[in-house]
Design a protein around this ligand. Structure first.
Ligand SMILES: Cc1ncc(C[n+]2csc(CCOP(=O)(O)OP(=O)(O)O)c2C)c(N)n1
Length: 554
């Protein structure tokens, strides 16, 4: 409990400092304060294990700090014994550096306040698209379930995100696949200025669970211990393999959406309402309860608070220097300009030493083969040699290998690796993105027609395409997206487009468009080796074409 209180204090001091620095022009871009919501994050993270994974939204400093601080906190650490333990002090400084855009931050300063990621602590990466991170977290849960090591995922988001299709699609997929994920809603009562009542007729957000067969809890988000107990209950359901679960924590953001003014300054709520919630301010409330119950003296709670403030001050001092009567960032702490484009895509070192042969000098037997047979043939061959590969998409597990035979025979051979989905393009594309980013499996996503990619546009272009670069440049995202182009097939304007041009606008993607059976073998093999997302464009006009291709060597 003392550690929980100290995490509350640290987060509060951190957020106050960020607001101060922001006011001095030392934070580039928004910094959405979590002041008032610390209880939800600290309570939830007190129930999590080190191997558990989390992600969050634009407002995630509190969740990030709670998870990373717990991760490095030495087992012997006693917050009352003296200054903050060194690894925890480093977490505070690196987090502040990331928020300020500095090189020593978790993502080299590129992610900033809204894109915080720490692989080692189990923070998958926080997301600035409201609802956009939820399918990705769902994918991490899919990956962790397959790994079978008992890890679970906690996906934090706000009441506003509840109305996004991405969240609804994630609920459905997680329930369908029985995934170990806790959807943790911090209901702070407002999405910017819009109330829950203005957003939905069913204002009991946790009740959404019923529609998907997901058990749900509500809890008092201002009381960290209540949150801890509720989260423990939820996680015990997940750990028994009975996930997913929803937890809705009622809480309040004391300030406006962003910046140092209260919401009442913008007229969408009253000072009286704010005062009422402030009476249950999580750090003060927990300190008071611990004094009342005899766990701490008033003096001890004050010492803890003072040390938390001093720790954040030390971190800020290490990053700043005087500049006349102001402060400025130490110039040598900025990332180098040469790093700007680092990691838009990987360096392709995974291709070092790879065999490369043209048809004319192919070392094995070359025979006439049908294009479509190679689509299933190459996939089957690679699935034999690489157990990380799985295919996900609509009807890929049935018919005779999906609607065109691209997965012919594979569902029989690899029944748990050819995953048929409901019609939920954003949901399964995002899920695959999360799996790829988690680093244990290699998803192959099939879109029945390329035009359906637009339904999943956020996941395809905002998430999968940007993940590596956004989180600092070193995150592999090995995902293959097979898109069928059906031009001239009579399906009309919504089934006929080639998406390649659009993908070129999102340079995180690599694009290949094989036009012969021989090229298909090489290019699909390359796509399945690549550590970047690869779009494989397949024109269905080519499926029945015949041409020279390797007889065996796929
Ligand atoms: C898809 C999308 N729409 C709109 C926004 C702009 N926006 C950022 S935060 C926010 C409110 C989100 O409310 P909620 O989900 O309740 O989270 P909170 O800000 O309260 O933590 C909005 C509208 C966005 N970032 N992404």
């Amino acid at each position: 409990m003392v550690r929980m209180l100290q995490n509350l204090n640290l987060i509060r001091a951190f957020e106050e400092t960020v607001l101060e620095l922001s006011g001095e022009g030392l934070v580039h871009g928004p910094a959405h304060s979590s002041i008032g919501q610390e209880g939800a994050a600290v309570g939830a993270m007190a129930a999590a294990r080190p191997g558990d994974q989390i992600n969050g939204t634009h407002r995630a400093h509190h969740q990030f700090l709670a998870k990373t601080l717990n991760h490095v906190s030495p087992s012997t650490y006693d917050p009352l014994a003296g200054p903050l333990a060194e690894p925890m002090q480093a977490v505070v400084q690196r987090t502040l550096a990331e928020v300020m855009g500095l090189e020593q931050g978790y993502c080299g300063g590129r992610g900033g306040s809204m894109h915080l990621r720490s692989r080692e602590s189990g923070v998958v990466g926080t997301n600035a698209i409201v609802g956009g991170g939820v399918p990705i977290a769902t994918g991490v849960a899919w990956s962790r379930k397959r790994l079978g090591q008992g890890d679970v995922v906690i996906s934090f988001f706000g009441d506003g995100a509840m109305h996004q299709g991405a969240v609804a699609e994630s609920f459905n997929l997680a329930a369908l696949y029985n995934l170990p994920i806790l959807y943790f809603v911090e209901n702070n009562q407002y999405a910017v200025s819009t109330t829950v009542q203005e957003s939905t007729r069913e204002t009991r957000l946790a009740a959404r669970g019923q529609a998907y067969g997901i058990p749900a809890f509500t809890t008092d988000g201002m009381d960290p211990l209540a949150v801890k107990i509720t989260t423990e209950k939820a996680l015990s359901i997940l750990r028994k393999g009975k996930g997913p679960v929803i937890v809705e924590a009622d809480c309040y953001r004391f300030f406006h959406q962003n910046g140092p003014l209260p919401g009442s300054a913008f007229g969408y709520r009253s000072k009286e309402e704010e005062q009422k919630w402030r009476e249950r301010d999580p750090p003060a409330y927990m300190a008071m309860r611990m004094i009342e119950s005899g766990h701490l003296t008033k003096h001890e709670t004050e010492r803890l608070r003072d040390e938390a403030m001093a720790a954040v001050e030390r971190a800020a001092e290490n990053l700043l220097e005087p500049d006349g009567n102001r402060r400025r960032i130490k110039p040598n702490l900025w990332p180098s300009r040469s790093e700007v484009d680092h990691g838009v895509r990987g360096d392709m070192s995974e291709f070092d030493g790879v065999r490369y042969e043209e048809k004319e000098d192919h070392s094995g037997e070359v025979v006439e083969r049908k294009f479509i047979d190679l689509v299933s043939g190459v996939m089957g061959r690679r699935m034999e040699t690489d157990s990380r590969i799985f295919v996900i998409g609509e009807d890929v597990h049935k018919l005779r290998g999906g609607t065109n035979g691209a997965t012919k025979g594979l569902a029989q051979k690899f029944p748990d690796r050819i995953i048929g989905t409901p019609i939920t393009e954003g949901g399964f594309a995002g899920l695959a993105g999360g799996v790829a980013a988690d680093g244990h499996f290699r998803p192959v996503v099939e879109f029945m027609y390329a035009d359906f990619i637009y339904v999943a546009a956020d996941q395809v272009f905002n998430q999968i395409a940007k993940m590596r670069h956004m989180f600092g440049g070193d995150l592999p995202v090995p995902l293959v997206l097979r898109a069928k182009v059906a031009a001239k097939s009579g399906y009309g304007s919504q089934h006929s487009m080639d998406p390649s041009g659009l993908f070129t606008q999102f340079p995180g993607w690599r694009i290949v468009a094989p036009s012969t059976p021989y090229d298909y073998v090489g290019l699909m093999n390359s796509a399945l080796l690549c550590e970047d997302p690869v779009l494989v464009v397949e024109h269905i006009d080519l499926y029945q074409s015949v041409g020279p291709a390797p007889a065996e060597d796929l």
